[in-house]
Structure formats: C-alpha cells, structure tokens
Design a protein around this ligand. Structure first.
Ligand code: HEC
Ligand code: HEC
Length: 270
C-alpha cells in the first residue's frame, strides 16, 4: 500500500537528487573572475613581452601596432575572438592561455609557449583582465558550449561524401558570400567586412593548415556554436540545425583535404 509518508519521502528524495545534480554542475563551473594576486608577476610579464603591441594601457596601441594587420587586440572592451563560450561571453582561462601559448598563425600574435613558463602565462592572462571592468561581473562569464558528439555516419566514408554534398548546398547559401565557394576566404563580401574595432577583417581561409580555432571537426563545430567575437562571423547555433552543422563541416573537411592533397602534389613535382 502506498501511503502519504511514503509519497512524501519519495518526493524529498527526488528533490535531494535534483539539488545534488545541480550542485555538481555548480561545483564544476566557476566564473573566472580576475585573480588579483597574479597581477604583480602578470604586469611584469606584460611589460616585457606584450606591451610593444598591446600597449601600456591595453588598448592595442603599442609602438609596433600601427602597421600590423590584423591589429593587436585592445583588451579594454573585453571582446575576444577565440573563446569556447557562447556569443557575448568572456573566454575561459584555458582559451586565453591557449592563444598565448600557441600564438595565432598568420598574424603577428606570436608563440609564447617556448619563452614563458606555465606560471608566467597564467599570470599574464590574469593581468589582461585588469584592462576591462567586464571581467569583474559574473554575468559576463559562462561555461564553454557543449559540442555535440560526431554523428554515427562520420566514420563511414561513403556516407560522409553524401553528407558533404548536402553540406555543399548549405555552404553555398550560408558561408560562401564571405569564405568564397572554395573556402579560401575570397567571397564577394570579403573585401568590405569590418570588425567591432572598425578595422577591415578578412574571413578566415578555411583551407589554411592551421585554423586559429583548431583543425578538428569538433573545433569547427565549436566555432559554428560560438561565432567569433567582434567579427561578422556569427553563431550558427540558431541558424542551422545540428544535422546541418555536421553536413557543412563534412563539406569544409572535404575542401581542406582536397587542398592539402593539392599542396602535397605540388611539393612532389620537380
Ligand atoms: C608582435 C605583436 C604582438 C605581441 C608582442 C603580442 N601580441 Fe597578442 N595579439 C597580437 C595581434 C596582432 C592579435 C590579434 C590577432 C587577431 O585578431 O586574429 C593579438 C591577439 C591577442 C589576444 C586575443 C585573442 C582573442 O581570442 O581575441 C590575446 C589574449 C593576446 N594577444 C595576448 C597577448 C599576450 C599575453 C602577449 C604577451 C605575452 C601578447 N599577446 C603579445 C599581437 C601581439
Ligand atoms: C558575414 C561573413 C561570414 C559568413 C556568412 C560566415 N563567416 Fe566564417 N568567418 C568570417 C570571418 C570574418 C572570420 C574570421 C575571423 C577571424 O578569425 O579573424 C570567420 C572565421 C571562420 C572560421 C574560423 C577560422 C579559423 O581560423 O579558426 C570558421 C571555421 C568559419 N568561419 C566557418 C564558417 C562557416 C562553416 C560558415 C557558414 C555556415 C561561415 N563561416 C559563415 C566571416 C563569415
């Protein structure tokens, strides 16, 4: 027989389980507010290594900045390009550290992984947060987006060809005006694009061997969810379904593989 006491105990248990599940999520993610204890070391590292380009006040106007394209980032608006968080949210510490460690191929943002140790990189990325008030408000922080796992057809070559041709049709409509039919970044709108800092910006060359956001299919999918902050590359999280996103990624991967094979053939020629 089910009596009132049993039902209410069950309800309490369910509530407890829900509360525990929620607190697990809460424990895993914390907003990465500025860690001011890191500022003394961070400001030293910044002066020695970053200031020439990013400027003493973090406004991107260092001595070397004038002639660079793209321009060094201004840290004063708290807008970043290569984050793993939803559009409009600040990047995670990992995102910032990755950029400083690996640099941004094809730009003047160099590789610091061989010059600075992990503590120095940690400290300087905290120090960057001192330039914008946005970092102090937890509302501007969010956990990274969850990239859906690859569909079952991904490892089946003939299915991938089919999905890539569906993806080619989506690409022609949604991407080619900027990235060009071939994905080389020369679409009809490419020359006119500007970023939030009002500087001209080129759409990424999707055939580049080193994409800034990473080369793996899951990296491509993440960019389609996050967009690229401060640029006309918006999030496609709402504009395309998850199936359409994987299809268009299959097409981009096919374009990249073809370009890579071409480059290798040229190298082999006498
Ligand atoms: C020689 C010039 C130069 C130096 C030195 C330099 N940077 Fe940069 N940095 C750039 C440029 C240019 C960009 C913009 C690249 C782009 O927009 O794609 C950039 C972008 C960045 C970004 C933005 C990434 C994003 O997601 O938007 C961070 C963070 C950064 N630099 C940190 C640093 C730190 C920390 C140092 C010192 C350890 C440093 N940079 C030194 C030129 C430089
Ligand atoms: C309105 C123009 C525009 C459209 C439309 C557009 N992009 Fe972009 N995209 C850009 C710009 C600009 C960048 C480069 C930002 C940067 O890194 O400086 C970019 C960057 C990217 C990158 C990252 C490249 C890297 O080096 O990490 C990927 C991947 C990408 N786009 C894929 C797509 C796909 C797929 C579509 C269609 C579903 C699309 N884009 C539609 C403008 C656009």
């Amino acid at each position: 027989m089910v009596n009132f006491a049993m039902v209410s105990r069950l309800i309490i248990q369910l509530c407890l389980a829900a509360a525990i599940a929620e607190s697990v999520v809460a424990i895993e993610w914390k907003p990465n507010l500025p860690d001011t204890e890191q500022f003394p070391l961070g400001s030293y590292v910044y002066e020695q290594n970053c200031q020439v380009c990013h400027g003493p006040r973090g406004d991107g106007r260092g001595e070397l900045a004038e002639t660079l394209q793209p321009k060094p980032r201004s840290f004063r608006r708290g807008v970043f390009k290569y984050g793993s968080t939803p559009p409009g949210k600040l990047p995670t510490n990992d995102d910032l550290e990755r950029v400083v460690r690996n640099g941004l191929a094809g730009t003047n943002m160099g590789i610091f992984g061989d010059r600075l140790n992990a503590n120095e990189i940690r400290a300087v990325t905290e120090y960057i947060k001192s330039f914008s008030r946005k970092w102090r408000d937890p509302k501007n922080h969010a956990p990274p987006v969850t990239v859906p796992s690859a569909p079952s057809w991904w490892n089946d070559p003939s299915a991938q060809v089919e999905h890539a041709s569906a993806g080619a049709r989506i690409f022609a409509v949604s991407c080619a005006s900027c990235h060009g039919d071939k994905g080389d970044g020369n679409g009809i709108a490419a020359a006119t694009l500007r970023d939030q800092w009002n500087d001209p910006i080129r759409p990424g060359n999707l055939l580049s061997p080193l994409l800034h956001s990473g080369n793996e299919p899951k990296d491509l999918h993440r960019v389609l969810l996050t967009g690229i902050g401060g640029t006309p590359m918006v999030s496609f999280a709402e504009l395309l379904t998850v199936e359409q996103r994987w299809d268009v990624i299959a097409h981009v991967v096919a374009l990249r593989n073809a370009a890579l094979a071409d480059a290798e053939k040229k190298e082999d020629e006498p």
